[in-house]
Design a binder for this molecule. Structure first.
Ligand code: NDP
Ligand code: 8X3
Length: 255
């Protein structure tokens, strides 16, 4: 078999772009997401175009039982995961703290934090056994600083930042790399999900500047996975040229 990458949230955005990037580079792929038809279409496209095999593992990362049962059900050869990309995640709402929906907070915490913990916990034992592996956690610039209406989303991504640092320490002696990638604004389905299908509001987020796209982020994720065994990027913040940090944008026009 080729090297194996396991990507959560591969049905769209960064996860889907990573699937293409790793497939182009001769990885076999374990692909996760909840939208099964999208996963099936992705597998078909990738296997037709590249020297790759895809194993579909649809589950909801929020569901502890499903996560462990699904990952434990992998056939032995597929259990030898080289790279785990913990990418599944979302923002819901942009309300100020006192106006935001508690159910949205629960979903973000359960997905962005607990989902990442469950998947990692299920995958890591085989990496420890082999003293080999790389965990790439997708955080966000939103975890580096707060912005209005970011409250719990920012909190979940700050948790990803700190959990990544802690994983790095705990897995150090097993030679497992841990990398946190923190992208700034990127045009994917992210804002459509955040604003619950309101396309006009979602589009406004990217008005007046040239944001990152999914391929930009996938390039950086793949780069961090392709360094020699003795080199590890611990964390990396990337933004488009017109975003300086969480709060400062140049919206003077599309580059
Ligand atoms: P998309 O909405 O395009 O993709 C999100 C992916 O996550 C989808 O494949 C979705 O699949 C999956 N997902 C969501 N919830 C679950 C769940 N409970 N179980 C399994 N899969 C799930 O957004 P992006 O590609 O932009 O986002 C990817 C990651 O990047 C997220 O963690 C996001 O927070 C982070 N991020 C995004 C930025 C941006 O500006 N776009 C910037 C910085 C970080 P499905 O619905 O099929 O389950
Ligand atoms: C997504 C980036 O700044 O919209 O994580 O929160 S931001």
């Amino acid at each position: 078999m080729n090297k194996i990458v396991f990507i959560t949230g591969a049905t769209s955005g960064f996860g889907e772009a990573c699937a293409y990037k790793f497939a182009q580079n001769n990885y076999d792929l374990i692909l996760n997401g909840r939208r099964i038809e999208r996963l099936e279409q992705l597998k078909k496209n990738l296997e037709e175009q590249y020297n790759t095999s895809c194993y579909l593992l649809p589950f909801d990362v929020q569901n502890q039982q499903q996560v462990f049962d699904s990952i434990n059900s992998l056939p032995d050869p597929w259990k030898q995961i080289d790279v785990l990309v913990n990418n599944a995640g979302l923002a819901l709402g942009r309300g100020l703290f006192h106006e935001a929906e508690v159910s949205d907070w629960n979903t973000m915490i359960d997905t962005n934090v607990k989902g990442l913990l469950y998947v990692s916990k299920a995958v890591i034992p085989s990496m420890i056994q082999r003293k080999n592996g790389h965990i790439i956690n997708v955080g966000s610039i939103a975890g580096k600083d707060a912005y209005p209406g970011g409250n719990t989303y920012c909190g979940t991504k700050a948790a990803v930042d700190m959990i990544s640092k802690a994983m790095r320490i705990d897995l150090l002696s097993y030679h497992i790399k841990v990398t946190a990638i923190h992208p700034g604004a990127a045009e994917t389905e992210f804002s459509l999900v955040r604003f619950k299908g309101a396309e006009d509001v979602a589009k406004k987020v990217y008005e007046g500047f040239h944001p990152l796209n999914a391929q930009d982020v996938a390039e950086v994720i793949f780069y961090s996975a392709s360094l020699p065994p003795h080199v590890c990027i611990n964390e990396l913040v990337l933004t488009c040229t017109q975003q300086a940090n969480t709060n400062f944008f140049d919206r003077s026009g599309y580059l």
